[in-house]
Design a protein around this ligand. Structure first.
Ligand code: FES
Length: 140
């Protein structure tokens, strides 16, 4: 009888570990590790400047905030909240139109963060970006 109880307990433990590891893998998939690696007087360091080619953009996480980082050309960097001010959908930069678009309800922002079109009630928060010795820093 004790042996049977022990085996039942062992099966439950293995099952709980199996479910736990699956939930952890799902959690890491939904919330990947943050990319910011530190902060300084210049702000939060997000990585080397060559992480973005001129004319491209990406979302980075800075102090747990999603930030849309845009490298418009060789020297012009811009950063905005990556969440639309309407219903907090993720926004993206469209280099062809040189605007920031929200796919959820058609919100359009200019590169100052101002609303050009759609339902967003306010401008997209904009952050300062600085490149110091080849490293990109963002300040809130
Ligand atoms: S969530 Fe962006 S326009 Fe509605």
């Amino acid at each position: 009888m004790r042996r049977r109880l022990f085996l039942e307990w062992l099966v439950r433990l293995v099952g709980a570990l199996w479910v736990g590891s699956g939930l952890y893998a799902l959690w890491r998939f939904l919330r990947p590790p943050r990319e910011n690696v530190g902060s300084s007087a210049s702000g939060y360091r997000v990585g080397p400047a060559d992480m973005l080619a001129p004319g491209s953009s990406r979302v980075v996480f800075v102090a747990d905030r999603p930030v849309l980082l845009i490298r418009r050309n060789e020297h012009q960097w811009l950063a905005f909240s990556a969440l639309c001010t309407h219903r907090r959908c993720g926004v993206s930069w469209t280099p062809q139109r040189d605007v920031i678009l929200c796919p959820c309800h058609g919100g359009v922002f200019d590169l100052s963060g101002n609303v050009l079109q759609g339902p967003p009630p306010s401008a997209l928060p904009r952050y300062a970006v600085e490149v110091v010795q080849g490293q990109v820093y963002i300040r809130f």
